[in-house]
Design a binder for this molecule. Structure first.
Ligand SMILES: Cc1cc2nc3c(=O)[nH]c(=O)nc-3n(C[C@H](O)[C@H](O)[C@H](O)COP(=O)(O)OP(=O)(O)OC[C@H]3O[C@@H](n4cnc5c(N)ncnc54)[C@H](O)[C@@H]3O)c2cc1C
Length: 405
């Protein structure tokens, strides 16, 4: 095994800091690198569903998040136009609330927790190259500012470096379950825009979501088909505001609110998995699995996969399990946990009209609080989609509707 660190983690946000923290807490020597410094923002809204909040609670970090003044989100309202319903999601463990902390707050909290656990953090430094020896990754070349690049070595290099991962590119990690970018997405913050918690709106070729965050602000993120990205670029504000007319009550609330920041957005939202490990390397977070933000799963998924990867590596580093077996288990667990939601996310992001059976099911939800809670729990990640959409559950919901009707 190469000398140096047990693990070098490239990228220090949701995936990287969480993984570094968990490995360091387990007693491993961890170097955590990021070209950013913290606190800093990144292009992302930040709804963290109950499973992500439950991870923060398990890690002893939820109290700090609550103390940051971030408002809890207890209700999800989903509005398809003709059909709308609101419910509280089922809990993840004991946690039934979501939060939408600014990334300046959340990522800083995670970085600090990694450092407190003993990880060595280097900010403002870029990993330029991955070192390979005898067919296995053995370390990285990293440059801070204008200084000469230095080599750092580790038993394993973890790419937590996001969608355009340098580590994934260097090791040529294969992609699978690939779908093209379906949406372009833009967001901004509003003051004076009251919400009932999380609000999600789906309309023909348009979707948007609104949720409260720090300092009394509400973030509103919108999506339109990726094919409109170029055409709409010149008038983001006009296109952003016009879609709200498809929900007049929401449009009225926006007219009464004040925009508090510039628009941020992208058309670079591909959907794919990467093989997340190979000799001496592994991927976590967006580096290993990227999807459209329409269902807001990225942060919660990064937390789940940080736990899965850190425990697999702990078994390897402690000599309990061979590398290949432990990391194959990580990939399997990640894919099993995420694939149904990945498919639902791509379906929603395609903004295609719902198939008739789904329309009928959705139509049954407003009059059936338990079923409505089931659907919002799927979106919140606390009820697996295959369980909710199982034929016997759908039949039960439809039968209850016929009896009531
Ligand atoms: C518009 C938009 C809205 C979103 N909304 C939500 C939402 O509401 N809820 C949700 O859960 N998810 C949302 N997501 C997804 C979420 O942002 C990601 O899933 C999440 O940020 C993934 O975290 P990560 O740590 O894997 O990667 P990132 O947050 O991308 O962090 C990667 C880090 O790696 C560093 N890095 C990269 N390359 C190098 C290098 N070579 N050397 C050193 N450092 C490097 C970067 O500086 C960065 O800090 C959204 C995404 C977008 C684009």
């Amino acid at each position: 095994m190469p000398s140096g660190y047990d693990a070098i983690v490239v990228g220090a946000r949701c995936a990287g800091s969480s993984t570094a923290m968990l490995l360091a807490r387990a007693g491993h020597r961890v170097l955590l690198l990021d070209r950013a410094s913290f606190p800093s923002d990144t292009m992302s809204t930040h709804l963290v569903h109950p499973p992500g909040v439950a991870a923060l609670e398990r890690w002893g970090l939820l109290d700090q998040l609550v103390a940051s003044g971030c408002p809890p989100i207890g209700s999800y309202r989903i509005d398809f136009g003709p059909v709308a319903f609101a419910a509280s999601p089922r809990p993840a463990g004991t946690v039934a609330t979501a939060y939408a902390p600014r990334r300046t707050v959340l990522d800083k909290l995670l970085v600090d927790a990694a450092v407190a656990a003993g990880a060595e953090l280097r900010e403002g430094c870029t990993v330029e190259e991955v070192l390979v020896e005898d067919g296995a990754v053995a370390g990285v070349r990293v440059r801070s500012g204008g200084t000469t690049a230095v080599s750092e070595r580790a038993a394993v290099v973890l790419g937590a470096d996001g969608l355009h991962s340098t580590v994934a590119r260097a090791v040529q990690a294969r992609r699978y379950h690939e779908q093209p970018a379906l949406e372009a997405s833009y967001y901004t913050y509003w003051s004076g825009l009251e919400t009932t918690g999380f609000e999600g709106y789906i309309r023909p070729e348009r979707s948007w979501g609104a949720f409260p965050t720090h300092e009394g602000l509400t973030v509103v993120i919108v999506g339109w088909p990726r094919r409109e990205f170029e055409a709409n670029r010149g008038d983001v504000e006009g296109n952003y505001l016009r879609m709200f007319e498809m929900a007049p009550e929401f449009a009225e609330r926006v007219r009464g609110a004040t925009r508090a920041s510039r628009f941020v957005g992208t058309g670079d939202l591909p959907n794919f998995y990467r093989v997340p490990f190979g000799p001496g390397w592994a991927l976590v977070g967006d580096a290993g699995y990227h999807k459209d933000p329409i269902t807001a799963q990225g942060i919660s998924d990064a937390f789940r996969d940080a736990e899965l990867l850190a425990s697999a590596l702990h078994r390897v580093l402690g000599g309990e399990q061979p590398y290949e077996r432990a990391l194959a288990g990580y990939q399997r667990a990640r894919d099993e946990a995420s694939l149904p939601m990945f498919e639902l996310t791509c379906q929603l992001a395609s903004m295609a009209p719902s198939p008739p059976e789904l329309q009928a099911l959705l139509g049954a939800l407003p009059g059936n609080p338990e079923a409505a809670a089931g659907f919002v729990s799927v979106i919140a990640g606390t009820l697996p989609a295959p369980e909710f959409f199982a034929p016997d559950n759908v039949q039960r919901i439809m039968a209850a509707t016929r009896v009531e009707g």
